[in-house]
Design a protein around this ligand. Structure first.
Ligand SMILES: Nc1ncnc2c1ncn2[C@@H]1O[C@H](COP(=O)(O)OP(=O)(O)OP(=O)(O)O)[C@@H](O)[C@H]1O
Length: 263
């Protein structure tokens, strides 16, 4: 196993994960590691299994077999509840409460300091909207409220499912800046996207297709391995090479190089 799969340096370690949904295999023996204090992009087309993997990591998905450890504990463990935050694609907010009331409510449940609410509003640029009912917000604004709620209590691991969908380019850049600030402060972020050009903003990439990993590497490593200039081309090249689909009965071929993200 690669060095970065060492639990001491990895926030998330997944080994040979198999998951079925309504009886149909969705994840086929995934193994990967997410280094601590880094931003790892989980990229792949719609239906490739990104959400299923994230659900497994936060412990809300029934899995068939395999092991998932988060911060050294089995995924879904009680003691991880406050240390791991998950933001789903559907914003989880109360429409009949204002932005601030939503956050104050979640802060109380979490036992987070009231000052966390102010900081979360500031970090997600929700100040101008804090007195509006969540039900009156746009989709992008609502998902930022969900993200703000996830920041309460300063979780060590953030699992974010397509957090930039529906955001204008300015807000998108601001969010990525925030993600980098969080990582610089020691948080680990697993961020899914089906927009390949967001890959450049990540420290490492997990490229997924049809429930398999095509690559687990740095952006530079993926481009060097495939001899391509951008991640979309790299993705197509990996598919054209037939990895990992041409490995009969074997585990997937993960391409790994570069150790700078080993933590
Ligand atoms: N609630 C569900 N019940 C049954 N099958 C599901 C369910 N949710 C997802 N699936 C199936 O599991 C597979 C993986 O879906 P998943 O949502 O994990 O992919 P994804 O990469 O996150 O896609 P997207 O980018 O569209 O969110 C798909 O074939 C999908 O049809």
């Amino acid at each position: 196993m690669a060095d970065h799969a060492d639990p001491a340096s990895s926030a998330i370690v997944v080994e040979d994960l198999h998951v079925r949904r309504v009886g149909i295999p969705v994840l086929h023996g995934l193994s990967l590691a997410v280094p601590r204090g880094r931003i790892v992009g989980l990229l792949g087309p719609s239906g490739s299994g990104k959400t299923t993997l994230m659900r497994s990591i936060v412990g809300v998905q029934v899995v068939d077999s395999g092991s998932i450890r988060v911060l050294g504990r089995p995924a879904g463990s009680r003691e991880l509840r406050r240390r791991v935050a998950y933001v789903t694609q559907q914003a989880s907010v109360y429409d009949d409460l204002t932005v601030r009331q939503n956050l104050a409510y979640f802060a109380r449940i979490l036992g987070a300091a009231p000052s966390d609410v102010d900081r979360a509003i500031e970090r997600t640029e929700l100040g101008p909207h804090e007195r509006r009912l969540a039900g009156s917000l746009s989709g992008g604004q609502r998902s930022r409220v969900s993200l703000a709620a996830a920041l309460l209590g300063e979780p060590e691991v953030l699992v974010l499912d397509e957090p930039t969908v529906g955001l204008d380019p300015v807000l998108r850049v601001q969010l990525w800046t925030l993600f980098h600030e969080l990582a610089a402060a020691g948080a680990t972020l697993l961020v899914s996207s089906h927009v390949m050009d967001e890959a450049r903003r990540c420290d490492r990439l997990l490229l997924m297709r049809d429930g398999e990993l095509l690559a687990d590497d740095t952006v530079e490593g993926v481009l060097a391995f495939t001899g391509t200039a951008d991640v979309e081309a790299a993705f197509l090249e990996l598919i054209a090479r037939g990895e990992p689909d041409l490995q009969p009965h074997g585990r997937h071929l993960r391409h790994e190089s570069g150790t700078e993200a080993s933590g």
